[in-house]
Design a protein around this ligand. Structure first.
Ligand SMILES: [Zn+2]
Length: 302
């Protein structure tokens, strides 16, 4: 059985901490390097629900995409929600390790997993990492579709393949427009519009698109926008990362049991469709607005 320090070294090889953005807080948050590890859980968010799941599972290590603490803190008192997370982890001998922007820009990284879930062929990074001589690392991915698709078909595919959330997929643009080239970026993507325009894509799939950047991007360029829940765009990375650690475990004969949390930690839990939607990419004309989706049962992507 490997020590935590050995597993962390393997994770650091996949996602070196020095490749994280300067504002980010990645690496090991909780954990004794000498403790043994037999069971690992991957999740997007280090929230209490996920930590409770790790306890129930008997995990020794929780690996999350989002940091627990991004800025400095002066307390881990259990009366604060993050402090309670720390207490639960330590009391149950569970380590916490974070791979955030260093996993975003990795090869393969968060947006490769998102593209893979949608059967999109990755052509290259949307924002290449200038320190990578091979030009494979970077933020977001430019992709090509496996077959000719319309915006509506791409949105339906994203809705079907990404885990279910209350939001589903919001779409801007002509649902019948053809899509061959797509930019994808897991997590918040509206700071990337200049790169998306430069990439000459037909559509951009990401999360957290705000009114003004989305509106301006559409006014400047005939681009379809597909906006999914932030959590849903990053969740496929958990499966990719778990498979990577599984492979390393096999190679070293560690016998790790590696799990992926299916708990939906998207903060939005319900969706009410407008009484008279002006247009829809999913419902045929004349259909009643769809019922709110059930956020507690993520669809298995593939
Ligand atoms: Zn994120």
């Amino acid at each position: 059985m490997p020590r935590l320090s050995e597993v962390i070294t393997a994770l650091e090889n996949l996602w070196p901490a020095e490749r994280a953005e300067s504002w980010d807080a990645v690496g090991t948050v909780v954990g004794d390097p000498g403790q043994e590890v037999s069971r690992v859980l991957f999740a997007v968010d280090p929230v209490q629900e996920i930590v409770d799941e790790a306890v129930k599972l008997g995990a020794d290590l929780l690996v999350t995409h989002h940091p627990l603490y991004l800025r400095g803190t002066t307390t881990v008192a259990a009366s604060t929600f993050k402090g309670r997370v720390v207490h639960t982890l330590i009391k149950n001998d569970i380590a916490l390790h974070v791979a955030h922007t260093n996993a975003d820009t990795a090869d393969p990284g968060v947006s490769d997993a998102l593209a893979g879930a949608l059967d999109l062929r990755v052509v290259g990074p949307l924002v290449p990492d200038p320190t990578d001589p091979e030009g494979r690392r970077g933020l977001g991915r430019v992709c090509e579709t496996d077959q000719p698709l319309t915006v509506r078909e791409l949105a339906d595919r994203a809705a079907a393949r990404l885990p279910a959330t209350a939001q589903g997929i919001r779409v801007a643009g002509d649902p019948g427009a053809p899509v061959r080239r797509v930019a994808v970026s897991g997590g918040s993507g509206d700071s990337l519009f200049d790169h998306v325009r430069a990439a000459g894509v037909d559509a951009f799939l990401t999360a957290d698109l705000r009114h003004h950047p989305a509106s301006e991007a559409r006014a400047q360029h005939p681009l379809a926008l597909l906006d999914a829940a932030h959590w849903a765009t990053e969740w496929p990375w958990c499966e990719l990362a778990a498979a990577q650690l599984d492979e390393i475990s096999d190679r070293h004969g560690w016998g790790l049991r590696v799990h992926v949390s299916r708990t939906v930690t998207d903060p939005w839990t319900a969706h009410a469709a407008s009484a008279r939607p002006s247009s829809s990419t999913t419902a045929p004309p004349g259909n009643a607005p769809s019922a709110p989706s059930e956020p507690d049962s993520p669809g298995a992507p593939n």
